[in-house]
Ligand binder design. Sequence first.
Ligand code: PBG
Length: 328
Amino acid sequence: MHLRPRRNRRTSAIRALVRETTLSPSDFIQPLFVHDGTEDIAIASMPGCTRWSLSGLVKEAHEVFAAGVPAVVLFPAIAESLKTPGAEEAWNPDGLVPRAIQALKEALPDLCVITDVALDPYNSDGHDGLVEKDEQGGLHILNDETVEALCLQALCHADAGADIVSPSDMMDGRVAAIRFALDQEAFEQVSILSYAAKYASAYYGPFRGALDSAPKAGDKKTYQMDPGNAREAIREVALDEAEGADMVLVKPAGPYLDIIARVRESTTLPVAAYQVSGEYLMIESSAAAGWIDGRAAALESLTGIKRAGADMIMTYYAKRASQWLKEA
Ligand code: PBG
């Protein structure tokens, strides 16, 4: 026997030399929740995550950036009293997100600030788009009217200083419309990271609890993708690329590694993946019960997502994983 693959695994030094995929803090994007209050509040549905006040947000962003993470993505919890069927608060220039962007860019000019473009935190119906109800009580998510609202929202974020706007709504044609709107207003330097392949997933449940943003009625299956589909993801990516996306995202990540790999093959754009709230909590809850080594499982899951082809990963582990990598 002369072929012995185990020789390449013999010592830690050799394993390091032959390792194909290594994680680095610069792979990560930290999602941060923010609310319009003075307290930093632990999120019951997402242990380990916090709804930050504006000052808490800035403090946390300092830690995230110091850990080597280059970017954050903001998710606002909006007061019920500000939610309307038209979601107008989404482009209020004095709203929570623009103030958060300004505070972050002032404190940390080199931190990349990404914003989520979708109406669900602002919409009294809890949908990513505007809702029309028919006489039978059926719900319809209005595509083109929503796209107009998303353009206003993206402009509002760009005006406040966002580096990247990230439409997560899955309406048709929104990337082209947002690109056009940004360019018209001389925001041609603002990037678009499009959620190109976002699936209608049970793994988002804890996040909706974190923001009180669950749909009041119906589900998101007429705009988010069917979990059985892969070719459709390639089509969505091709469309978003043609419409001017700078980066494309696959979401969730762990149950969709095949999609990440196929998207990676189908485009030369940078590919992002979102390890969502349910994926995070599966690891966290098993670790809390003592059933799994949470740190090892988290790093392994992130390595798998990168190995599948993701250039960057949105993950609730961003800061912690970066600290773990430094200790290792
Ligand atoms: C909504 C949005 C969702 C997430 C990010 N942006 C929820 C949804 O689509 O219902 C989920 C993130 C997570 O579960 O961690 N625009």
